[in-house]
Design a protein around this ligand. Sequence first.
Ligand SMILES: [Zn+2]
Length: 162
Amino acid sequence: MGQRPIDAELRTIILDLRVPKRAGCVCLPTSPERSRLMARVRQKRTGPELLVRKATHRMGLRYRLNRTDLPGSPDLVFPKYRIALFVHGCFWHQHRGCSRCTMPKSNEAYWRQKFAENRARDTRAIRKLRRLGWKCCVVWECEAMNATLLADRLKQFFGEAL
Ligand SMILES: [Zn+2]
């Protein structure tokens, strides 16, 4: 399998990190957060998303990756069922009520804005996909990491189709 290009959102974050710190500018993440970001970038290819791929494959569901031509570039697309699936990191996409959904202590204004933008982007993408006739599913990172929970979620999404 070829290397998966980093999605637009992560690319933006990486570019953000590359911006040199200007005098008086406190909008950039501090060092521990930077390493956290980098960990998330790596995780995108190896963590929750991979678990979702494996689980759906085991269920006999065939997907396509990297449909960058679709709004929001869904992580997995199931053309047969016209289902677009997103695997959302609980931190980045602020999974409400989840223990992974934390607010960094430093640069809180920066993070609040970043999270609000992420959420707005998610909502826009899902609305556009629905208009194009796609059913949209979100699997949260914390759900993907729990095999039972993940199986339940997938059954819920693909229920009638399976
Ligand atoms: Zn969560």
